[in-house]
Write a protein that binds this ligand. Structure first.
Ligand SMILES: NC(=O)c1ccc[n+]([C@@H]2O[C@H](COP(=O)([O-])OP(=O)(O)OC[C@H]3O[C@@H](n4cnc5c(N)ncnc54)[C@H](O)[C@@H]3O)[C@@H](O)[C@H]2O)c1
Length: 393
């Protein structure tokens, strides 16, 4: 018999919001999840009218306190099975904490919170309650990110020496925040975005890609937090030179003033036997360079085990649902893969069989916390004349 679809409650997402859209498509993707309710706006009246305008019927709430309170009282199957938080950074911690305290799993946008004190608090609650929590680092959901992780972590390109993890954009090259773009307004406001604009917003994605693909951690960092657009309180250019826990080096860099770049997230991993390159704007393939050999390009859907470079491939990687190669997968598929994996953990949690997540399918609350710690350390180093600062997640 088919399982009932899981019910998802939204915190944020009304009034022309951005990231709620890919999420709500991803929630619907498999037919096994649906949005059932939402507190979509900070103004209670607007929240209710935005819920009325939702493309299909959902229950509107005046605010997320009411939603969490009411939904948690309902019997299983009628209330929310998890909540999705898609508000600006300063409205992540409070709803996440309140939902977790009611035993509701949380899927939360990044950066996880505004301070590492808050993110640590969430991580502690998740650990104490053993409850599913996903930090929405989208790009882990690409099948090719999973393949990259397998290739690097199984040693196929040797010992990692040097990693360049980057996320380059150009949309804040001018004073976008003065042009009525709400997404820019709150991102450059320290009260709503946190200690860093560029680092928190997209540097954390680059860091996560590094940690996810290589399994390595920065242990020391020298940081540069820079603001090119005059009058802006927060950075629009973020550079962190890192020492890794295997003795290798990495650059985690992000920019929002590089005109022409859109969502240019990528990673290049240089090992002592070869190099791996992955780019989210070209997400259907992974490129491998080996000395003295023709370059290899691995296209999703065309990857075969034991081809002279790859050995056996993990069964769970090969079993992940994808469409035939040549029909491009991209951003929405990545989001859907995260929600699909999270759904499995939520169902296990409800059945009493959830044993925690190892971070191989989506970013955890600890990964979200790592992002906050990292950004704070880079800011500290930058203020201290770029001195090397120890990092411990
Ligand atoms: N994972 C990704 O790839 C990705 C991409 C973009 C944004 N994000 C993150 O998603 C979050 C939202 O970003 P966005 O660009 O969609 O922002 P946005 O400004 O487009 O949307 C924010 C939404 O939150 C609502 N909101 C604000 N305060 C609220 C409150 N107290 N109660 C209920 N709703 C409230 C707003 O009305 C709006 O609907 C941010 O944390 C951002 O960093 C992640």
């Amino acid at each position: 018999m088919s399982k009932r679809p899981l019910n998802v409650g939204l915190v944020g997402g009304g009034g022309g919001a951005f990231i709620v859209n890919p999420h709500q498509k991803a929630i619907f993707f498999d037919g096994t999840r649906r949005v059932t309710c939402g507190a979509l706006h900070p103004d209670p009246q607007v929240a209710m009218s935005e819920a009325e305008k939702w493309p299909y019927p959902i229950k509107g709430y005046r605010n997320y306190d009411e939603m969490i309170e009411e939904e948690s009282k309902k019997p299983r199957g009628e209330g929310v099975d998890y909540i999705l938080i898609v508000t600006p950074n300063f409205v992540h911690y409070d709803p996440a904490k309140k939902a977790l305290e009611k035993g509701i799993p949380v899927f939360c946008e990044k950066p996880l919170t505004v301070t590492s004190r808050e993110s640590k608090d969430l991580a502690d609650i998740v650990k104490a309650k053993n409850i599913p929590f996903c930090t929405a680092h989208t790009y882990l959901g690409h099948w090719t990110s999973r393949l990259s992780r397998h290739i690097v972590r199984s040693g196929l390109i040797g010992q990692v020496r040097w990693v360049d993890a980057y996320y380059i954009q150009g949309w804040l090259a001018g004073r976008t925040e003065d042009m009525g773009v709400m997404q820019a307004e709150w991102r450059v406001d320290p009260k709503r975005a946190g200690a860093s604009c560029c680092g928190g917003d997209i540097g954390t994605h680059a860091l996560m890609q590094l940690r996810y693909v290589t399994g390595l951690e920065p242990v020391r960092v020298s940081g540069f937090i820079e603001t090119f657009v005059q009058g802006r309180q927060l950075d629009d250019h973020f550079t962190a030179y890192c020492e890794l826990n295997n003795g290798g080096r990495a650059l985690v860099r992000a920019s929002q003033i590089a005109i022409g770049h859109k969502n240019d997230l990528g990673i290049e991993v240089n090992g002592d036997k070869g190099t791996l390159i992955w780019r989210q704007e070209d997400p259907e393939c992974v490129k491998i360079h080996l000395p003295g050999q023709p370059d290899r390009v691995y296209w999703r859907g065309e990857v075969k085990a034991n081809d002279g470079f790859l050995g056996d491939l993990p069964a769970d990687l090969m079993a992940e649902p994808t469409i035939p190669s040549g029909h491009p997968e991209a951003f929405h598929d990545a989001f859907a893969r995260l929600h699909r994996c999270f759904e499995a953990d939520v169902r296990a949690y409800q059945e009493g069989t959830y044993k925690g997540t190892d971070g191989s399918k989506y970013a955890t609350v600890d990964d979200g916390h790592a992002g906050l710690v990292f950004v704070e350390k880079v800011v500290e180093s930058s203020k201290n004349n770029h001195a090397w600062v120890d990092v411990k997640f």
